[in-house]
Design a protein around this ligand. Structure first.
Ligand code: NAG
Ligand code: NAG
Ligand code: NAG
Ligand code: NAG
Ligand code: NAG
Ligand code: NAG
Ligand code: NAG
Ligand code: NAG
Ligand code: NAG
Length: 431
């Protein structure tokens, strides 16, 4: 039996190879090019990136956008973003383009650049919120002036081979497609103007492309047994001593050790854990309600998780009464789905999950109303079916290690010891 379960577990675990995310079937990042004017040798375009993914944001150090020009186009200038390399502009005398590369690579500017280099929704260090968390900051844009290009909608050629890194791999972009021109409100907001030409590129995320190993794992515990098996050891290759560090290591005091790397290599605490760990503790069982404590711990020394998100799928999330100290929003990818929700930090309070260390954790409690027909402590029902941290699916413990829960008759188990345990949990603030 144990063997069968393990096999099943592996099948489930490796089943997220597909790009399609059932909890966010319409999630994508759309990159829109609006040609605003034609110039003597090309055009000026506004490029807008919209993150339509419900719970997957682009975190620091931000997005990197690339494409390949169809002809010999050059970028004369950019506002609100920049290319990482200028390339070979030696054939230009006097007025030298911003970038002459055949395949330019563009990054956002950092906050605080001079006013004349800014553009709407720019200069956020490439950080883009998820649609579910904050639609108003789920957009990033810049303006680009192109030369040696077509100068009418008949002669302009669409760029090819778009790539989006955000900040690691994982996104695949389709071809640019001409779409109906965007309408803009005039500055006085009474009239409308129209782009001269518009094309869209759609990019989708696949966790399988992003990384071989899960970046987070989940552990479970309950009031009836506070000891719980830790996250399965080393699903992510963290046993490799070159990749993890002891929490008292001298390396941690080296200046710059925490600086994020563009390739996102984590520097992980040697705990046999993955970079992020989620803990779901069944804390209290009342007659009509039950209470779960959710904690997230960051084991990565190189990463402050800005705007973190946690998605959980559990049948009782259709009846959340109260969520303490996190924001919560039900996710309804289809009308028939009502068991999924996203948790995220409260602005300026706990929306930043700090690098590994004393402040590298956030926690909350969730009060849910029981549906007496379905509620049970049997067969792991009390634990979530799926958990995503920052848009990546986390590894759940193997079903045969789920903690034991007593039968659901609350009167029997809501005894003295439970009260004492709960008070202990409250006092120490531990799981
Ligand atoms: C991208 O996402 C938006 C918003 O969910 C959706 O309307 C659009 O159809 C999606 N595009 C593609 C190509 O899937
Ligand atoms: C093009 O992208 C924009 C968002 O950038 C979106 O609002 C629009 O619906 C897209 N158009 C089509 C035809 O997909
Ligand atoms: C090109 O521009 C002409 C005139 O402005 C317009 O009639 C035509 O629909 C445009 N074609 C495309 C593909 O945008
Ligand atoms: C675009 O990518 C495809 C597949 O990776 C490649 O075959 C093609 O040569 C690329 N085109 C350009 C213009 O780089
Ligand atoms: C508590 O759970 C642990 C791990 O699953 C198990 O080893 C231990 O025997 C359990 N203790 C009790 C009292 O059930
Ligand atoms: C450990 O890391 C090194 C360097 O990254 C690599 O060469 C080696 O194959 C890794 N070993 C294991 C067991 O993952
Ligand atoms: C995380 O944020 C803190 C406080 O803003 C800062 O001191 C630290 O350097 C940051 N760490 C990383 C890895 O960016
Ligand atoms: C939740 O969805 C299930 C399955 O689609 C359905 O049977 C149930 O009635 C729904 N519950 C509520 C409260 O909408
Ligand atoms: C919550 O559960 C109660 C009791 O089963 C039920 O009456 C109520 O309709 C549920 N509410 C939602 C939003 O599902």
């Amino acid at each position: 039996m144990r063997f069968v379960m393990s096999v099943l577990y592996f099948l489930v675990f490796f089943s997220y190879a597909a790009a399609y995310d059932p909890l966010d079937p319409n999630g994508n990042i759309t990159i829109k090019w609006d040609i605003m004017s034609w110039t003597p040798d090309g055009y000026v375009a506004v490029v807008t990136m919209n993150n339509f993914q419900m719970y997957r944001h682009i975190m620091s150090p931000g997005w990197t956008l690339g494409w390949t020009w169809a002809k010999k186009e050059v970028i004369w200038s950019m506002v609100g973003a920049q290319t990482t390399e200028q390339g070979d502009c030696s054939k230009f005398k006097g007025n030298v383009p911003h970038c002459c590369k055949k395949n330019p690579t563009v990054v956002d500017l950092l906050p605080g650049v001079p006013y004349n280099q800014q553009f709407q929704n720019c200069c956020k260090g490439g950080v883009v919120s998820s649609w579910g968390q904050d639609p108003t900051s789920s957009v990033s844009s810049f303006q680009v002036s192109i030369g040696l290009a077509g100068t009418s909608n008949k002669t302009v050629k669409l760029p090819k081979n778009f790539t989006l890194l955000g900040p690691g791999p994982g996104y695949t972009c389709g071809p640019a497609k001409i779409v109906p021109p965007t309408n803009f409100l005039t500055p006085d907001r009474h009239g409308k103007t129209q782009a001269l030409m518009t094309w869209n590129v759609t990019c989708t995320y696949s966790q399988f492309l992003a990384r071989k190993h899960p970046s987070c794992c989940v552990s479970f515990s309950s009031f009836s047994n506070e000891t719980f098996p830790p996250c399965p050891s080393c699903p992510c290759g963290c046993e490799n001593k070159t990749k993890c560090t002891k929490s008292d290591s001298k390396l941690l005091s080296v200046v710059g050790v925490n600086t994020p790397r563009k390739d996102n290599t984590p520097l992980v605490q040697c705990t046999s854990h993955v970079p992020g760990s989620v803990h779901w503790h069944v804390k209290l069982n009342y007659k009509d309600y039950w209470r779960v404590k959710v904690a997230i711990t960051n084991f990565n020394y190189r990463m402050n998780y800005t705007l973190w998100t946690l998605v959980a799928q559990h049948p009782n999330l259709n009846n959340v009464t109260q969520v303490f100290s996190f924001d919560y929003k039900p996710l309804v990818p289809y009308e028939s789905i009502n068991d999924t929700g996203m948790f995220y930090g409260m602005k300026f309070y706990n929306d930043l999950l700090m690098e590994a260390g004393p402040f590298g954790n956030v926690q909350s409690e969730v009060l849910m109303q029981k549906d007496q027909n379905t509620f049970t402590f049997k067969q792991g029902w009390a634990f979530p079916r799926k958990v995503y941290f920052n848009g990546d699916e986390c590894m759940l413990p193997p079903p045969d290690t789920y903690p034991f829960l007593p039968n659901s008759a609350y009167q029997k188990i809501f005894g003295i010891s439970t009260v004492i345990y709960s008070m202990l949990f409250l006092l120490i603030g531990l799981w």
